[in-house]
Design a protein around this ligand. Structure first.
Ligand code: HEC
Length: 107
């Protein structure tokens, strides 16, 4: 009994691990992870509140574009101090989740 329960939970864990490995990113996780991004990217008119500067629209961008942009900030290929600081705190999984969430939004 204990053995088969153990086997069943092992199988379930494997199934979970496999399915998340194939997913391109988890939208729900991405929604939570973009919480801090809205302070700059979610404002009406796409201007940061203070200091007042233009911020690009990221909602509804292509998934691949978002992943590439975030990785470029992370590695320093795209040099912008603010976004570099954002990118440095993200894992590869965070980037995929965030891109999946943002790509699914209406532009
Ligand atoms: C403090 C303000 C601020 C915060 C917070 C912020 N961003 Fe940005 N973001 C910017 C600015 C300014 C740019 C434009 C940088 C440039 O010119 O390269 C930018 C650029 C981007 C771009 C590239 C857009 C394009 O059109 O090429 C992406 C993608 C992005 N941010 C995603 C995020 C994500 C995801 C988060 C949260 C983890 C985040 N940003 C948090 C200010 C911010």
């Amino acid at each position: 009994m204990t053995r088969s329960l153990l086997l069943a939970s092992l199988l379930a864990a494997t199934a979970l691990a496999t399915s998340s490995a194939h997913a391109a990113g988890d939208k729900e996780a991405g929604r939570l992870k973009t919480y801090t991004c809205h302070g700059c990217h979610g404002v009406p008119g796409y201007k940061n509140a203070y200091p007042n500067y233009h911020v690009p629209r990221i909602a509804g961008q292509h998934y691949e574009y978002l992943v590439a942009a975030l990785k470029a900030y992370q590695t320093g290929d795209r040099d912008h101090p603010t976004m570099r600081a954002q990118g440095e705190s993200l894992s590869a999984q965070d980037i995929e989740d965030i891109a999946a969430y943002l790509a699914g939004l209406a532009p």
